[in-house]
Design a protein around this ligand. Structure first.
Ligand code: SDX
Length: 431
């Protein structure tokens, strides 16, 4: 790499090489900056900092481009399904027939949650937030499968195919169990069904009546999970990498990612969007109240489902999901007043200079809840659905960390702004 960049500090030049990614992105390699100059960079939120090299997903925020292993998201949405895209994200290539069958078999064979582990649910009040239960149960997988969760990179990678399939399949099953636990319903057993059909069975079947999903429902679920499969170094994926970099096993790292995703600024936004749309509907409002409050700049009043840390253009997933809403509702013979409210809110915001000047557009969470609702999934389960969809991306990123022979533990620095050195004060002289 040519030394195309240099940093001048106190009159002294420090030359650094420029890395160029496969899509032409440029990064100044400053791994030696602190050793050379005693300085570090300060980049709150890491918006200008690359934490890793990755081959999984490419985002172009200015042009609204999203590709998984080179395949554009709109082509995957049109031609692929969630499990095929999960395989692509994890293994880097679209699966052959044989690979797809083996992956599907592993997912079906590992869909169950063993009885002893099911009893962990008894420790949670029915009204425990679903993401709290999910994070805890996923972390527990490391206890039930210790030979897959040794915290030894080499050993854990030897079992990676099984661990990865187990994680995807059991996060799906646990997601459905979280729903049923919250309603005091008995848990259903997985069947030898395709992934999405099994999820809907686990969610909505009863001991006396099997829920059999119509193709329109399973294709809508496939699409929405596919659209969540991975998204570069977002907050939860970076968390999975951070935790995995210490040598922590896959299940423990995924549980940390679930915790990060639960925040309202990240995966919790899809729930917040629906609550916002429902309030507008119930108060017969036109959304102005939310738009005006959002312009106040406080983090707690933001227009949920709008804006993105990377996209300064439309989130391509929002386009696909937004277009799919009307199609799915029509196929299901349903209508949803919240879709009209969302579309009106989008139009109003996109005409408002506050949002236009800050390049704030709808993101993946703005319309996803409309589809989840059409499938009968309650609002408090929307972020669980996001976690089920995102599992392949987290797994792919954990694998990149675990299999990198030159990988280092993630250990950012800081700028200390606390008290300078001072001596201990005995109790008698305090206050
Ligand atoms: C996801 O990173 C990913 O890839 C995430 C994700 C994924 O697939 O993993 O895409 C999923 O998390 C999507 C985002 C879901 N969150 C929301 O919809 C919550 C609402 N959005 C925001 O809170 C916000 O846009 C973030 C958190 C998404 C991005 O935050 P940033 O990058 O810190 O944005 P910023 O603070 O730099 O914003 C710049 C300006 C600020 O105003 P000024 O200080 O310049 O006056 O825009 C304002 C912000 O206050 N702003 C908003 C806003 N988003 C940003 N103002 C009102 N409403 C909003 N939604």
């Amino acid at each position: 790499m040519p030394n195309d960049a240099s940093i001048k500090i106190d009159g002294k030049e420090y030359p650094y090489p420029v890395m160029i990614g496969s899509e032409g992105e440029k990064a100044i390699d400053v791994r030696n900056l602190r050793k050379d100059s005693g300085h570090i960079f300060y980049d709150q939120g890491y918006g200008n900092t690359g934490s890793c090299e990755s081959q999984v997903t490419f985002l172009d925020g200015d042009n609204g481009i999203l590709r998984h292993r080179g395949y554009p998201i709109d082509q995957l949405a049109k031609h692929s399904d969630y499990i095929e895209t999960a395989y692509l994200v994890i293994y880097g290539e679209l699966p052959t027939e044989a690979q797809r069958k083996k992956f599907g078999d592993l997912l079906r064979e590992n869909a169950h949650i063993e009885p002893q582990m099911q009893r962990l649910f008894e420790g949670y009040p029915k009204n425990t937030p679903p993401m709290v239960v999910l994070a805890s149960l996923v972390a527990s997988l490391a206890g039930y499968y210790p030979d897959l969760a040794t915290n030894n990179f080499e050993k854990d990678l030897q079992q990676f195919d099984l661990s990865a399939a187990m994680a995807i399949s059991k996060i799906r099953t646990l997601g459905a169990m979280v729903y049923r636990h919250g309603r005091g319903l008995p848990f259903m057993h997985p069947k030898a069904l395709p992934f999405c059909d099994n999820f809907l069975h686990l969610m909505f079947s009863e001991p006396y009546h099997d829920y059999v999903a119509i193709p329109e429902v399973t294709s809508a679920l496939n699409l929405i999970l596919l659209m969540h499969a991975d998204h570069e170094q977002n907050c939860s994926t970076s968390t999975v990498r951070m935790v995995g970099s210490s040598g922590a096993n896959l299940f423990t790292s995924l549980a940390a990612g679930i915790g990060a995703l639960s925040g309202p600024l990240h995966g919790g936004a899809n729930t917040a969007v629906m609550n916002m749309l429902q309030s507008i509907h119930d108060e017969n409002d036109d959304g102005t109240r939310f738009i005006e409050a959002a312009k106040g700049g406080s983090k707690s009043n933001r227009l949920m489902g709008f804006g993105h840390a990377v996209y300064r253009n439309f989130d391509p997933r929002a386009r696909v999901i937004g277009e799919a809403c009307s199609v799915v509702l029509k196929k299901l013979g349903k209508s949803d007043p919240l879709l009209d409210i969302a579309q009106n809110l989008e139009q109003a915001a996109l005409k408002d200079d506050y949002f236009v000047s800050r390049k704030l557009y709808p993101n993946v969470d703005f319309y996803s809840g409309i589809i989840f609702r059409a499938l009968g999934i309650p609002t408090n389960m929307f972020t669980v659905m996001f976690a089920i969809g995102r599992a392949p991306g987290w797994i792919a990123n954990w694998k990149e960390v675990a299999s990198n022979p030159k990988g280092r533990i993630y250990r950012p620095r800081q700028v200390y702004t606390g008290p300078v050195k001072r001596d201990y004060v005995p109790m008698a002289r305090r206050g």
